[in-house]
Design a protein around this ligand. Structure first.
Ligand SMILES: Nc1ncnc2c1ncn2[C@@H]1O[C@H](COP(=O)(O)OP(=O)(O)OP(=O)(O)O)[C@@H](O)[C@H]1O
Length: 599
């Protein structure tokens, strides 16, 4: 419950709504409690009329009118307070969801390496839905119930202390019995949620890569695995629900016995003349009112358990450590004064491993990249080229050593400022749904049509854009699915051009492009590299031959550094690749592929 209180504190600006809902609940209960008194009075009046002891039909009609007024007032208050309850719930959802999203945007890359997108989404939905549903139902139903209950206890105590004692004993006992059951219930619930998370994660992966699924004809396999998880969840629910309802039967059986005692006392005391018939009717109504919350207690406990589990999941994510210096977290800092110094990028004895106990992916890297230089990294696939550039962007903290940009350690400069200095063209174009304009201007404010056109022209993208029906306003579909590979690449080059960062990281698109598209993309890249310091993760020998220096990596260490001409003669990795170039032998081609090199 503490976690739910913490959730409410997170959204403390909603206090006027919380308060309104509680006031509404008190008013609802107050009106509901009046009814039994009026009915008791009506019962006594009917008996008085029947026995000729006074009272008139007009009196009864007035009582009926009072009942009507109470009912109308009750439904008006219930609905007004329901409205505020709905509002509270939806605003709470908005706050919690935005906080969750904000947190996700602040988490380090490492978090995403270990989680599936769909799992994150399904966890978000479940935790927030369970919390808001609980609070909505709670506010609309729980307070009226508790208040009614307290009033019933006080009123029954006035007529019969024994009845009150019995009623007082029921609630804690029932809650205690329910809580006993709930522990086991929660273990099953967690297992079920794991199944939902895994299948949800896979679900979104499959939907996002439908072309792969279709091409490998794995529809049935994917569906079977999805169904398997749901089948397991159904099996777990069978056990969970059987257990819960069996225990509930026992609980309710015990409850029925207590209520049997209560009714027996009421009937007996009426029969012995201690209560009038009206009082008996009043007490029966009050007892019935008191019984209702007990029977709905299982539902409350069930909802509470879900909400507690949901809020724990919510805080598990919220308590994850932020990426240091994340743009959303860091206070706006004074703009970094980048010193226009050489080298632009520097690795000073850098070693790096992805996990705590994992082997190092990079070891003792010492490297300087000068202004305007084009430098290409060559190494076996999985050799650490991407990792190297990830460290420049501070996507992971180095294990030891220092990475410097413009002479400053990346650890010392605000992450946003650092990343603004670096343009990246990824191997996959990584576009978003939306228009070409939105994609090109991603991350930039107030990009004019002219700037768009210039960037598109330089990226060699203008011709295809102008042939599209909507021009820059053409929707390109999820991740740009409506465009060809080469078109997507050219858009991502145009996007980097508009970002206009002095340092450029280029993860070359590989063989996915045909020669013509490749040439078109390359022309755009040449424009983009003009005047920038460029680090290229090389996948083509043609690109490598024109760079200023090549860095070859072997077993996570720098093997050689030199100009293409120098390295062509040393007998190292580059020389070997050059020799293999153009070879038609299968073994040679395989060797090139091991280095991620397409000819
Ligand atoms: N997020 C990650 N978590 C754990 N290990 C990783 C992660 N990313 C990469 N690795 C590992 O680090 C090593 C280097 O990977 P990296 O992506 O840097 O290689 P690469 O040289 O760029 O390969 P390629 O050219 O095939 O893209 C690989 O062994 C890989 O398995």
């Amino acid at each position: 419950m503490r976690s739910i209180a913490k959730i409410m504190a997170t959204a403390r600006e909603l206090w006027p709504l919380y308060l309104t809902v509680v006031i509404g609940a008190v008013a609802t209960s107050a009106t509901a409690l009046l009814t039994p008194f009026v009915i008791a009075r009506a019962t006594d009046t009917v008996i008085d009329i029947a026995e000729g002891r006074g009272g008139t039909v007009a009196d009864l009609m007035w009582l009926a009118v009072i009942l009507l007024i109470i009912a109308l007032a009750n439904s008006a208050i219930t609905n007004v307070s329901g409205y505020f309850g709905d509002l509270m719930s939806v605003r709470l959802r908005a706050i919690l969801s935005a906080n969750y999203y904000r947190k996700l945007l602040r988490l380090p890359q490492r978090y995403y390496d270990n989680e599936l997108t769909g799992t994150i989404i399904s966890r978000l939905n479940r935790s927030i839905t369970s919390i808001t549903d609980f609070l909505q139902t709670f506010s609309n139903g729980f307070f009226p119930t508790v208040i009614t209950l307290l009033a019933v206890l006080v009123i029954t105590a006035f007529y019969s202390p024994w009845l009150s004692v019995l009623l007082i004993v029921i609630y804690p006992t029932f809650v205690w019995l329910t809580a006993l059951t709930s522990k086991k219930w929660q273990v099953w619930e967690k297992q079920k949620n794991d199944h939902y998370d895994i299948s949800g994660g896979r679900f979104s992966e499959v939907i996002g890569q439908m072309r792969v699924v279709k091409s490998f004809v794995t529809e049935r396999r994917e569906l079977d695995s999805f169904r398997g998880h749901y089948r397991d969840a159904v099996d777990l629910t069978r056990r969970q629900s059987r257990f819960w309802h069996t225990m509930d039967m026992w609980r309710r059986g015990a409850l029925d016995l207590v209520f049997f005692g209560i009714y027996a006392i009421i009937f007996w005391q009426t029969a012995t003349g201690q209560y009038s018939v009206g009082t008996m009717v009043l007490l029966i109504q009050l007892t019935t009112m008191a019984r209702m919350p007990v029977t709905s207690m299982s539902y409350w406990v069930d909802m509470t358990q879900r909400a507690v589990a949901g809020s724990l999941e919510y805080f598990k994510v919220m308590d994850e450590a932020d990426e240091p210096n994340n743009p959303l977290e860091a206070a706006p800092s004074a703009e970094v004064q980048w010193v226009d110094s050489d080298p632009v990028v520097e690795f000073d004895d850098v070693s790096f491993g992805y996990g705590d106990g994992d082997d190092l992916v990079l070891r003792d890297i010492d490297l300087t990249v000068n202004r305007g230089e084009r430098i290409a990294f060559v190494g076996e696939s999985g050799g650490g080229k991407t990792t190297l550039v990830n460290l420049i962007m501070k996507l992971y903290p180095v294990t030891s050593g220092t990475v410097r940009v413009h002479g400053q350690s990346v650890d010392d400069v605000p992450t946003a400022e650092l990343r603004r200095e670096i343009g990246v063209v990824f191997q996959d174009a990584n576009l978003f749904s939306g228009t070409i304009r939105e994609n090109m201007a991603y991350g930039q404010d107030d990009v004019t049509d002219e700037q768009l056109a210039v960037a598109a022209r330089r990226a060699n993208a203008m011709t295809f854009i102008s042939h599209l029906h909507g021009g820059f306003d053409t929707e390109i579909g999820e991740r740009g699915i409506k465009l060809s590979g080469g078109q997507k690449q050219r858009l991502s080059v145009a996007r980097a051009l508009l970002k206009d960062a002095p340092i450029l990281i280029l993860d070359e698109a590989t063989s996915s492009l045909d020669t013509k598209s490749e040439r078109a993309v390359q022309a755009g890249l040449e424009e983009l590299m003009e005047g920038r310091t460029t680090l290229i993760i090389a996948h083509r020998l043609s690109t490598i031959s024109t760079v200023d220096r090549i860095v070859t990596l072997r077993d996570g260490r720098i093997d050689e550094i030199g100009t293409p001409a120098e390295l062509a003669t040393t007998g190292g990795i580059y020389a070997e690749l050059l020799a293999l170039q153009g070879s038609t032998r299968k073994a040679d081609k395989a060797r090139l592929l091991r280095y991620d090199i397409t000819q």
